[in-house]
Design a protein around this ligand. Sequence first.
Ligand code: ATP
Ligand code: MG
Length: 222
Amino acid sequence: MLKLEGVSKVYAIGNMTVQALRAVNLELSPGEFLAVMGRSGSGKSTLLHILGGLDWPSSGRVLWNERDLTTLSVRELARWRGEHVGFVFQSFNLMPTLTALENVELPLLLRGISAKERRIRAREQLEHVGLARRASHKPAELSGGEQQRVALARALVSDPAMILADEPTGNLDSETGQVLLRLLRNLNERGTTIVLATHDPEAAAFAQRIIRLKDGALLLFS
Ligand SMILES: Nc1ncnc2c1ncn2[C@@H]1O[C@H](COP(=O)(O)OP(=O)(O)OP(=O)(O)O)[C@@H](O)[C@H]1O
Ligand SMILES: [Mg+2]
């Protein structure tokens, strides 16, 4: 479904460069649950950003069913992302002034879906993550685990084929983290492709396949 061919990423700051990814080849199968492990700075987030069309590689190709995403314009890539990918980040990234329900509705608003349908679909996703009773709470009125479940509901509301989760349990205690990981596993069992970046072996154990990055390169024997 999604394939990286010789993907490298070089960041330049002033006259310094950082090679964040080195010639990464990776094939993601539909319905797979993949964990990406590696130390801080090894390139996990960079890899997820490129997989999800949030950033471009410096070289190499990103193929989505034979279509090279690196040739798309900013707009086209944004549309592709909106249709196919849901993101969950370590820091939740919820809008502080919106309620839980409104946060979940947001991706649908950006896609021009009617208010009525937005509300129905957002409620459904909040129910799915067990937060129907917190719909009118703002992020600051929710626990960390609840905020992350709202973020997951927001990622799910546009029914993406793929969820990219970057250290989603990094700011949660281990029990709360397990709740989120079980939700991810649940989704995966129903067909959603999951890519989870983590440095926690217990979290990675939820995946079917684990890959490891070291200094931006994929380790062959991991
Ligand atoms: N926007 C940027 N500009 C310059 N350098 C960057 C940028 N983003 C990341 N880097 C560098 O690229 C390398 C890979 O970063 P990345 O965020 O992918 O690592 P990571 O594996 O996700 O680390 P962590 O576990 O700490 O989240 C690091 O050395 C980092 O300093
Ligand atoms: Mg990271």
